[in-house]
Design a protein around this ligand. Structure first.
Ligand SMILES: [Zn+2]
Length: 467
């Protein structure tokens, strides 16, 4: 019997063990998409205790706690930090077989050297030990990043963000390059005229462009796009239910924009047309600058209206949706491709039922020039776990080229999430190692070692061209 979470965790055979420890593990990390706060990196902050660094903002943990009957007071509420931690610790034994059980113990081991199992009996001891360590310089944000051998981090930033913290990071750099990434979701969110107009007012201010018609909106966004590029941004990212690609005329979009800008609500058809137009323009901007565009599709968000009203978005009430993907994706990419304006693209899928659909769709738009131009992205959110990641790699292998895969990202809001790369690498090495042991892949280091190294590091390095 193997010990829980030992050095050969998730590695089922000798080839997998060798590939992981000798080939994958030493590779640096390129975290090309995450939600870390650049201000906390610029300030090199330290966190007061485990609750602050680990539980604050973590809707995965909150969901598990709520499901376990824990009162909201201990999730997002006003309970004290130690009380919140105790409630999390009480929940941990009930998360067996959920990835949270693995993440939790990997993070305690890798960052703090704590090998105890977290539960109600060990809660206070672990809280105090980790709390002491968090007070030292070795546990500042930059030290935590250094410890995990992270070469590049791309944060997630709104076009109206000043990027002041990224500028500070450029003036006071450390070993890891921290770059902004462009996430224009709010520029697309025309469903609520009130918040949309507030957003446009902010965008006007930061871009110096007054926005009274659609062309001016595009100008303001383009000014910010240029600015992001100057600040080292080379990636965009969109959180969408699905793609948008209905036909429209320019004068329709001008009219729709004037309507929403004057505070009136749009109907469904107008929303679809507007989103189709703007998403296309944003994709063209990315192509012009040689950026990579990312699309996170398939989440149905804010399902619990009572909780949305009480707690706001991104608090753990989102799930997997079932949107019409194929037709909209096809139309969106086809229009860009036919005008030779399709940027390098990664699509991340949330509904595992759409894996094959999405994988086969993106390859329709390979251009025969850029290797791996069209990417089916790593298992995301609910799929960022053993089966989800393995399924994604199996789909990619079966219908595309695993060898061109740009690999894993954290997509995390926590500075303790980097062991997710380790988790991914172990699964990758186990997948390939097992095929070798079964005689399905040649036992040839010259063939399989570059495959592992490329997926862990070199493909991302070549694809994103960061810094
Ligand atoms: Zn994300």
């Amino acid at each position: 019997m193997k010990k829980f979470l030992d050095k050969d965790f998730l590695l089922d055979n000798d080839t997998a063990v060798r590939l992981y420890h000798e080939v994958a593990s030493p590779m640096p990390i390129i975290d090309y998409h995450c939600h870390l706060d650049p201000a906390q990196i610029a300030d090199d902050v330290k966190f007061e205790n485990l609750t602050r660094i680990w539980l604050a903002g973590d809707h995965y943990k909150w969901r598990a706690m709520r499901a376990n009957g824990v009162d909201e007071k201990y999730c997002t509420g006003d309970a004290g930090d130690r009380e919140k931690f105790r409630k999390w610790a009480e929940t941990v034994p009930d998360t067996l077989r959920n990835p949270l059980y693995h993440w939790t113990h990997m993070e305690l081991q890798r960052y703090f050297g704590i090998h105890d199992l977290l539960g109600p009996e060990t809660a206070d001891k672990i809280y105090d030990r980790a709390g002491e360590m968090l007070g030292t310089d070795e546990f500042s944000t930059r030290s935590l990043i250094r410890k995990m051998n992270v070469e590049v981090i791309c944060t997630t930033d709104d076009p109206a963000d000043s990027l002041e913290h990224h500028r500070r990071l450029r003036e006071d750099p450390f070993e890891t390059l921290v770059l902004p990434a462009w996430r224009p979701d709010k520029a697309m969110s025309v469903e609520n005229p009130e918040s949309y107009n507030q957003y446009l007012d902010k965008l006007e201010e930061v871009s110096g462009v007054s926005i009274s018609n659609y062309l001016e909106l595009l100008t303001a966004l383009s000014v910010r796009h240029d600015y992001f590029h100057e600040q080292g941004c080379r990636l965009s990212d969109h959180g969408l239910e699905t793609f948008y690609a209905v036909p429209y005329k320019h004068q329709d979009i001008e009219r729709i924009f004037l309507k929403v800008r004057s505070g009136r609500e749009l109907n469904e058809e107008e929303i679809l047309k507007f989103k189709s137009a703007l998403l296309y323009e944003l994709a063209v901007m990315d192509h012009e600058k040689g950026w990579v565009q990312q699309f996170h599709v398939g989440a149905i968000r804010n399902n619990n209206s009572r909780r949305l009203h009480e707690l706001g978005p991104d608090t753990g009430f989102d799930s997997i949706g079932d949107f019409n993907m194929a037709e909209a994706m096809s139309g969106f990419f086809d229009k860009l491709d036919s005008q030779e304006q399709l940027a390098r693209t990664i699509v991340y899928n949330l509904n595992p039922g759409d894996n094959e659909l999405l994988m086969t769709m993106v390859y329709n738009f390979s251009d025969g020039k850029i290797p791996g131009k069209m990417q089916f992205g790593s298992g995301w959110w609910f799929l960022d776990q053993k089966y989800g990641m393995t399924d994604q790699m199996n789909t990619l292998s079966s219908l595309g080229l695993l060898s061109r895969f740009v690999g894993m990202l954290t997509d995390s809001r926590s500075f303790l999430s980097y062991p997710r790369h380790e988790y991914f690498r172990r699964l990758l090495c186990n997948l390939v190692g097992t095929d070798v042991e079964k005689g399905e892949i040649p036992d040839d280091p010259a063939l399989i070692e570059p495959l592992i190294r490329n997926i862990c590091y070199f493909n991302a390095k070549n694809y994103f061209q960061l810094g």
